[in-house]
Design a protein around this ligand. Structure first.
Ligand code: FAD
Length: 415
């Protein structure tokens, strides 16, 4: 391996994994670095938060993906520095990693837009820890209320952000409340608990056709979710969301699903950043002035053609970068990245989802929901995970149950 071209990939998300897979068997030594030893399938995080799936249904060990790949190694560590002149990446553990080509695919983090109290009093939904924290908070509020009585708003949830994540989470929460928690806690007034989605824009699902946003609002309200649109959040206090128009919403659980910004790894490059602190890239996805550095997925932006922070740009960008590295190894120049828009989808709960395709066609209702289920199964990593998710979905569908509602201690206390 000593004389091989060294590729370091930061991030084992949708983009980073696709790069490494595209370099399997190439004449290069690839190291994929991630802070976690697993890949997270973020589109199903909300189902972990709402007790429909367990963590290892939607996460997959990175070493397991590459264990038979002779030219690929995994380092589980956080990237703490990038030296573009010395061509090294430093991590919180282990020696610095030298590279000939660097691929930055570190994704995004929750963005509070500078709104006071978000970090302190709301939980994001970007990682498995976030999803577990939401589940734990919800279930603990119910256990506390069962013992000590219901304090004002303790069982209520406010979801800040009416994009796909907020809509999917609210739909999932309503099913959990109606079908499971109302039976688990017969002495609590679960029927009167409020689940509220707050959105700053006039309509939900802002990235979709407005008709689909209105449909999502009708479906959610029909199922008992309160939807408040055109209502920016002013600040969040302990158990309280305060809107810009002065309205106050008390809630035992507050979720922040209002937006993302690039991972702080973007700043480590020291190159130009664009909207959302994303790394500005050239049409071939290299960083300007650094042809040996590529950036893809949520962390990157080509200002001439900004792409949404969803899975497809990361996956297709990953394939493109692997192809470009192979081209260079063969002595050929890079070519521009061509993105193929496959459309967007969001589910609103049982039997309902909305989808929009590049030709302007839309899909909704049960057909949309079945398409959503099928696509998520196809893109989920690992045969075992697919089977688990399928079995869990079938179980949840037939029994209305949610099996993954364990409260597991998160500290060292053994009881
Ligand atoms: C709740 C939720 C629901 C979503 N639903 C959908 C959906 O339905 N459809 C869709 O298309 N998209 C959806 N998305 C968006 C989609 O998941 C992202 O666009 C996609 O994951 C971006 O891929 P990526 O490779 O750029 O980054 P990611 O997949 O986020 O991967 C980044 C990786 O980098 C690692 N990393 C970050 N910082 C460091 C560091 N300092 N050191 C080492 N490693 C680091 C992280 O651990 C992570 O594994 C959803 C996102 C969320 C949060």
């Amino acid at each position: 391996m000593a004389n091989k071209h060294r590729v370091v990939v930061i991030g084992a998300g949708f983009g980073g994994l696709r790069v490494a897979r595209g370099l399997e068997g190439a004449d290069a030594h690839v190291t994929i670095v991630d802070a976690h030893n697993f890949h997270t399938f973020q589109p199903l995080l909300y189902q972990v938060a709402t007790a429909g799936l367990d963590v290892d249904d939607i996460a997959y060990p990175v070493r397991g993906i590459f264990r038979r790949r002779r030219n690929i190694r995994v380092r589980v560590a956080s990237v703490t520095g990038i030296d573009l002149a010395a061509r090294t990446v430093t991590t919180d553990r282990g020696a610095p990693l030298p590279y000939d080509t660097l691929v930055v695919a570190a994704g995004s983090i929750s963005h509070d837009f500078g709104i006071p109290g978000v970090d302190a009093h709301a939980i994001g939904l970007k990682s498995v820890s976030d999803a577990l924290a939401i589940r734990e908070r919800l279930l603990s509020r119910f256990e506390d209320a069962d013992l000590d009585g219901v304090r004002s708003g303790a069982l209520d949830v406010v979801v800040c952000g009416g994009g796909p994540t907020g809509v999917e989470l609210a739909g999932g929460l309503m099913e959990l409340y109606e079908r499971v928690l109302s039976k688990d806690f017969p002495d609590l007034p679960v029927d009167s608990a409020r689940i509220t989605v707050v959105e700053a824009a006039p309509v939900l699902l802002g990235a979709f056709d407005a008709r689909l946003g209105r449909r999502a609002e009708r479906t959610l309200t029909g199922r008992g979710v309160d939807v408040i649109t055109a209502a920016p959040v002013d600040r969040i206090e302990d158990g309280l969301v305060i809107l810009a128009d002065g309205r106050q919403l008390r809630a035992g659980t507050i979720v922040w699903a209002a937006g993302v910004r690039a991972s702080p790894v973007a700043e480590l490059l020291g190159t130009e950043l664009g909207r959302g602190s994303r790394v500005v890239v050239e049409p071939d996805l290299t960083v300007p002035g650094h042809p040996d550095v590529f950036a893809i997925g949520d962390i990157a932006i080509d200002p001439r053609r900004p792409l949404p922070q969803v899975a497809q740009p990361a996956i297709q960008g990953g394939k493109h970068v692997a192809d470009q590295i192979r081209r260079r190894l063969a002595g050929e120049p890079t070519v521009p990245f061509e993105y193929h828009d496959k459309g967007s989808m969001a589910t609103i709960g049982r039997h309902d989802a909305v989808a929009e395709f590049p030709n302007g066609r839309t899909l909704s209702g049960t057909i949309g929901w079945i398409a959503w289920l099928g696509l998520h199964l196809v893109y989920l990593l690992g045969f075992r995970n697919r089977v688990n998710v399928f079995v869990n979905w079938a179980w949840n569908y037939l029994t209305y149950d949610r099996a993954s509602r364990l409260l597991t201690p998160t500290d060292d206390s053994r009881t």
